[in-house]
Design a protein around this ligand. Structure first.
Ligand code: 26M
Length: 824
């Protein structure tokens, strides 16, 4: 009977308005008479949240009852963006809410944009995790995400005098989407020592003791699926002082300050997301974050398993844990520790459970990005784990030696411990050894890990331990939400929105590629999206751009390997080319807007220099009366998920131009093509598979291939190298001071001219410029261009994260969906 007392449903706009007013007046304790946009947002969010939590509770109950294997996605980053629009899409009733808000005097778009992004991630890796959660729920897989509840997400970027300035992102003032679970806590130990004792059975066991304790508190957020009532859970851990530590003795004995300091030290663990795409090498706090999160999550998972009273051998049949990069690798020794030290299993039995439980996804082959932690630091912070890591290594090396007795150097090469000064733990090797499957994120990348960083492990374990799962994106956010008009146009032709749950259905729009009305609407939509972006650029950066220009976009984290410097050098080249033209020649130039966006890691000086150069070039070009609309250069401040939702539907060309072999996959390439933009790109990451799917006539590929990179790098040092004359001209202009004090840019120019051009900018420059020429010409033929874009959209079905999650489920996790039933 209690089921009947569910929350108030709203069916009409009047019901909805009542719910908003009720929440504003009671939950928020505000007068409805000074209800501003922010209050309207909160009221709307709470009204939809009520609907969501009912489904959420039901899902959790049904999944427990189903008693099937669950997957736990361990990721230090979930770049979720805004939640309200997605909640409305999944609950339904957005139209009702829109009418209701209109009655109350608000526009839906304004209310939606009140929400701050949940920016708990750096870039592609964190956004991939968010897309995966969306697909897991949509496909009814029983799945939980585990992460940290950072008080500060990725910093906000401001551009001051052309330089990046970082501003803290304090986002938790009021977050209607999170539910504190003050009753779900785990005490986590750090430091201390290990003692061997004999237990009651006479067996020698290790006890880790006398450490510091910090408490993990769970905060849960609902993750709704599309077209299903399945609502999964994202659990974020927050750190606070354990009761022992905020000590009443200290408090009473006048050491008030000391006890508060203890508390603050504990809270520091979950305070801030590390803003590096790369690593905060050796930072103790980062290692503390990793262990704190792994230990809390594993305790939670083991606690849930133990409730079932099943035998330990059943653990891998109930639990799959996916490691998103090496950040959660400590979960491997932690589970081994729980099984042998706490639960009393024998080493071999425990280790077999561990290996069957974990899967590891690698996201980069760049050597400088591979995680290593110093042995002394781990010894200090996690003494028992270091012992276990050494034991894992000993067993592994013994096995290798027995099977490959003739290869003398092999042991040193594959050892988890690097024999450096100090010794280092190679986290990627530990992750490979402790998992049953290792996957890369696009075909080329998955091949590369087998021939480079994990070559020896392929020899040891055989090739079947390694597999590929090409990344994908959720069409709910990256088509329907970001481009509602295109989604509607597609639905009108396919007869329903089913393509949002089965993106391969998109192929059917290829039948309309010659349909006049369809083409016109498709083109109008692109133009309207460009107008929307042009307005945004005007508002945000004060720059006027003509939406009839070709919009050329590169938005992603700033890295030398992603080669924004190649792009801006190309822009400089274009600028001087136009300057030298006669008026008659200028008439034939295709007007362009070059749009950049992205954050540099705060300590990555070269990346910051690239941002500065883009801004300096913009200042010169945009104010040059000779140039006018022929070229504009925009650096869009503070690129994030919600801005990507405006930018991706508005590009004509987007740039994915990494040095071949360096970008593991890329995912924004998929977003741009799915929204009717074309790509200029290198043969790298998922660009290769995008080409295979959409056809090579529909993409602008350029540059050297991954297989030639090594020789080309070598050639910069060991043979007579002739700098490309067009690029030389660009460098001469920069050095002349046209874009401000040349000294600012000397390190950037010299990295290419003097220090070996590691990312091969000079080798690819001509090919890049020539390809942009082709793009200019192709764009002038609007009909052919339109055909390319429509055809490409129709062929993007493969890149749904739904396909990707089904592949993980089958090849790595061995899990089945739990179909929701209508009665809990
Ligand atoms: C850091 C500093 C200097 C140069 C490179 C790095 C660096 C590169 C990659 C650090 C970490 C990296 O890997 C983590 C990561 O975010 N990888 C991204 O994962 C996405 C999802 O799979 C892929 O789409 C991106 O291609 C990949 O870069």
């Amino acid at each position: 009977a209690w089921k009947k007392f569910s929350v108030k449903e709203f069916k009409t706009k009047e019901d909805f308005e009542k719910e908003v007013v009720r929440h504003v007046e009671t939950t928020l304790a505000r007068s409805i008479f000074n209800c501003d946009e922010s209050a309207a947002y909160n009221g709307t969010a709470l009204a939809f949240r009520d609907r969501l939590v009912i489904e959420w509770n039901k899902t959790q109950q049904q999944q427990t009852y189903a008693d099937q294997k669950r997957v736990y996605y361990l990721s230090l980053e979930f770049l979720m963006g805004r939640a309200l629009d997605n909640a409305m899409l999944n609950v339904g009733m957005k139209d009702v809410a829109k009418d209701g808000l209109a009655d109350l005097g608000f526009r839906m778009e304004d209310v939606i944009s009140q929400e701050r992004d949940a920016a708990l991630g750096n870039g592609g890796l964190g956004r991939l995790a968010a897309c995966f959660l969306d697909s897991l729920a949509t496909l009814n897989y029983p799945a939980w995400g585990y992460a940290l509840r950072y008080r500060y997400g990725i910093f906000k970027q401001e551009i001051v005098d052309g330089y990046q300035v970082e501003v803290p992102d304090y986002w938790l003032d009021f977050n209607p989407w999170e539910f504190p679970r003050h009753d779900v806590t785990v005490d986590i130990q750090f430091y201390g020592g290990v003692r061997k004792i004999k237990n009651e059975a006479g067996k020698t066991v290790s006890v880790w003791e006398n450490g510091e304790i910090v408490t993990a508190v769970a905060y849960d957020a609902p993750v709704p699926g599309y077209g299903t009532s399945t609502t999964n859970n994202l659990r974020l851990w927050s750190s606070k002082a354990s009761h022992g530590e905020f000590d009443f003795t200290k408090f009473n004995s006048g050491e008030y300050e000391a006890s508060v300091a203890d508390q603050q030290r504990a809270e520091t663990i979950s305070a801030v997301l590390y803003p590096n795409d790369s690593l905060e090498r050796g930072k103790e706090l980062r290692l503390k974050q990793q262990y704190f999160w792994c230990a809390a999550s594993l305790f939670d998972i083991v606690r849930r398993f133990k409730k079932s009273k099943k035998a330990w051998s059943e653990f891998p049949n109930q639990v799959a844990i996916q490691l998103n990069d090496t950040h959660p690798t400590l979960a491997i020794p932690e589970l081994q520790r729980i099984l042998i030290d706490v639960e009393g299993l024998e080493w071999d039995e425990a280790w077999s459970i561990v290996q069957k439980t974990f899967g590891y996804t690698n996201h980069t082959v760049l050597p400088e990005a591979l995680e290593k932690w110093s042995v002394p630091l781990i010894q200090h912070l996690l003494p028992r784990h270091l012992q276990i890591i050494y034991d894992i290594n000993l067993n592994f090396l013994t096995y290798v030696e027995r099977n490959f007795p003739k290869d003398r150097d092999l042991l040193g090469r594959v050892s988890i411990i690097e024999e450096s000064q100090p010794k280092m733990v190679r986290m990627a090797y530990l992750a490979v050894i402790g998992s049953h499957k290792v996957n890369g994120v696009a075909e080329l990348h998955s091949d590369l890990i087998k021939t480079t960083i994990f070559k020896d492990f392929v020899k040891i374990y055989g090739p079947d331990k390694f597999t590929n799962v090409t990344n994908g994106i959720t069409p709910r956010r990256w088509l329907h939400q970001s481009n509602p008009r295109l989604s509607k146009l597609i639905a009108s032709k396919l007869g329903s929105y089913e393509f949002l749950s089965d993106l391969t259905l998109l192929h059917k729009i290829e039948a309309y590629v010659d349909d006049k009305a369809f083409r016109k609407e498709f083109q109008d939509i692109k133009f309207a999206n460009k107008v929307r972006l042009a307005n945004f650029i005007k508002e945000a950066q004060g720059i006027t751009v003509n939406p009839a220009s070709l919009f050329d976009v590169q938005v992603k984290r700033i890295h030398e390997y992603k080669r924004q410097q190649l792009n801006i050098f190309g822009v400089i080249h274009r600028y001087f080319e136009i300057k030298e033209m006669s008026p008659a020649e200028r008439k034939k130039v295709q007007p362009r807007v070059s749009i950049f966006g992205g954050k540099a890691a705060p300590g990555y000086w070269m990346a910051k220099t690239i941002i500065h150069l883009v801004n300096q070039v913009g200042k010169v070009v945009n104010n040059d009366p000779e140039i006018g609309d022929l070229l504009k250069v925009v650096f869009l401040e503070d690129y994030n998920v919600s801005k990507a939702e405006i930018i991706c539907p508005a590009s004509d060309i987007s740039e994915h131009i990494s040095t071949a072999g360096t970008e593991a996959s890329g995912t924004s390439n998929m977003k741009f093509v799915l929204n009717g933009g074309l790509v200029i790109g290198t043969c790298d990451g998922a660009n290769i598979e995008i080409t295979r799917e959409i056809g090579e006539e529909n993409i602008f590929l350029f540059g050297n291939l991954a297989e030639d990179v090594e020789d080309l790098r070598h050639a910069h040092f060991y043979s007579e190298f002739k700098m490309d004359p067009m690029l030389q001209r660009v460098f001469d202009e920069i050095r002349s001071g046209v874009f401000g004090d040349a000294g600012q840019f000397s390190a950037l120019v010299n990295s290419i001219v003097e220090h070996g051009d590691y990312y091969l900018v000079s080798d690819d420059f001509k090919s890049y410029i020539d390809t942009h020429k082709l793009i200019d010409e192709a764009y002038k033929d609007q009909e052919t261009w339109l055909t390319k874009t429509i055809t490409s959209v129709a062929r993007m079905g493969f890149f749904s994260s739904d396909r990707c999650i089904d592949e993980y489920a089958e090849m790595i996790w061995n899990i089945e969906p739990v179909k929701p039933t209508s009665n809990g």
